[in-house]
Design a protein around this ligand. Structure first.
Ligand code: SF4
Ligand code: SF4
Length: 83
Protein backbone atom coordinates (compact mmCIF):
# COMPACT_ATOMS: atom_id res chain seq x y z
CA UNK A 1 0.00 0.00 0.00
CA UNK A 2 1.23 3.50 -0.85
CA UNK A 3 2.49 5.52 2.09
CA UNK A 4 2.50 9.33 1.77
CA UNK A 5 4.44 11.68 4.00
CA UNK A 6 4.36 15.48 3.90
CA UNK A 7 7.27 17.46 5.22
CA UNK A 8 5.49 20.26 7.08
CA UNK A 9 8.65 22.32 7.20
CA UNK A 10 8.84 22.28 3.40
CA UNK A 11 5.11 22.74 2.65
CA UNK A 12 4.31 26.38 1.88
CA UNK A 13 0.54 25.86 2.02
CA UNK A 14 -0.15 26.71 -1.62
CA UNK A 15 -2.96 24.14 -1.85
CA UNK A 16 -1.99 22.92 -5.32
CA UNK A 17 -1.93 19.28 -4.28
CA UNK A 18 -5.39 19.63 -2.70
CA UNK A 19 -6.82 21.21 -5.86
CA UNK A 20 -5.18 18.91 -8.36
CA UNK A 21 -5.18 15.41 -6.84
CA UNK A 22 -7.78 13.46 -8.86
CA UNK A 23 -8.69 11.32 -5.85
CA UNK A 24 -8.90 14.02 -3.15
CA UNK A 25 -6.13 12.46 -1.13
CA UNK A 26 -5.17 15.80 0.44
CA UNK A 27 -6.97 18.47 2.43
CA UNK A 28 -5.73 21.75 3.82
CA UNK A 29 -5.15 21.95 7.54
CA UNK A 30 -6.50 25.47 7.98
CA UNK A 31 -4.98 25.85 11.43
CA UNK A 32 -1.45 25.09 10.27
CA UNK A 33 -1.94 26.28 6.67
CA UNK A 34 -0.34 23.03 5.51
CA UNK A 35 -1.56 20.16 3.37
CA UNK A 36 -2.44 16.91 5.11
CA UNK A 37 -3.16 13.40 3.87
CA UNK A 38 -6.76 12.34 4.48
CA UNK A 39 -7.42 9.50 2.01
CA UNK A 40 -4.14 7.72 1.58
CA UNK A 41 -5.82 4.48 0.47
CA UNK A 42 -7.28 6.28 -2.56
CA UNK A 43 -3.87 7.27 -3.94
CA UNK A 44 -3.30 5.70 -7.35
CA UNK A 45 0.35 6.73 -7.47
CA UNK A 46 0.01 8.96 -10.51
CA UNK A 47 2.59 11.31 -8.93
CA UNK A 48 0.90 14.41 -10.34
CA UNK A 49 1.27 16.03 -6.94
CA UNK A 50 5.02 15.69 -7.19
CA UNK A 51 4.94 17.56 -10.49
CA UNK A 52 3.02 20.52 -9.12
CA UNK A 53 4.35 20.86 -5.57
CA UNK A 54 6.68 23.88 -5.61
CA UNK A 55 8.69 22.67 -2.64
CA UNK A 56 8.89 18.90 -3.15
CA UNK A 57 7.21 18.51 0.21
CA UNK A 58 5.63 15.09 -0.23
CA UNK A 59 7.15 11.66 -0.42
CA UNK A 60 5.47 8.50 -1.64
CA UNK A 61 6.70 5.12 -0.45
CA UNK A 62 5.83 1.58 -1.52
CA UNK A 63 5.07 2.53 -5.13
CA UNK A 64 5.37 -0.23 -7.69
CA UNK A 65 5.58 1.19 -11.19
CA UNK A 66 3.43 -0.69 -13.68
CA UNK A 67 5.05 -2.25 -16.73
CA UNK A 68 4.66 -0.01 -19.75
CA UNK A 69 2.26 -1.61 -22.20
CA UNK A 70 2.58 0.81 -25.10
CA UNK A 71 5.65 1.89 -27.03
CA UNK A 72 5.44 4.22 -30.00
CA UNK A 73 6.20 2.26 -33.21
CA UNK A 74 8.99 4.65 -34.13
CA UNK A 75 10.63 4.07 -30.79
CA UNK A 76 10.19 0.29 -30.96
CA UNK A 77 11.76 0.34 -34.45
CA UNK A 78 14.81 2.15 -33.11
CA UNK A 79 15.02 -0.23 -30.15
CA UNK A 80 14.99 -3.28 -32.47
CA UNK A 81 18.00 -1.89 -34.30
CA UNK A 82 20.08 -1.26 -31.23
CA UNK A 83 19.08 -4.18 -28.99
S1 SF4 B 1 0.06 10.46 -6.53
FE1 SF4 B 1 -1.78 11.14 -7.66
S2 SF4 B 1 -3.50 10.15 -6.56
FE2 SF4 B 1 -1.71 10.03 -5.21
S3 SF4 B 1 -1.82 11.81 -3.90
FE3 SF4 B 1 -0.57 12.42 -5.65
S4 SF4 B 1 -1.96 13.32 -7.17
FE4 SF4 B 1 -3.19 12.19 -5.64
S1 SF4 C 1 1.58 21.42 -3.26
FE1 SF4 C 1 3.29 21.14 -1.82
S2 SF4 C 1 3.63 23.14 -0.90
FE2 SF4 C 1 1.59 23.20 -1.85
S3 SF4 C 1 0.17 22.61 -0.19
FE3 SF4 C 1 0.71 20.72 -1.29
S4 SF4 C 1 2.46 19.86 -0.14
FE4 SF4 C 1 2.24 22.03 0.47
Amino acid sequence: MVKIEIDENACVGCGSCVDDCPNDVYEMDETKNKSKVVKEDDCMACLSCHEICPSEAMEHKNIHVAKRLYIDRRVSGILKKII
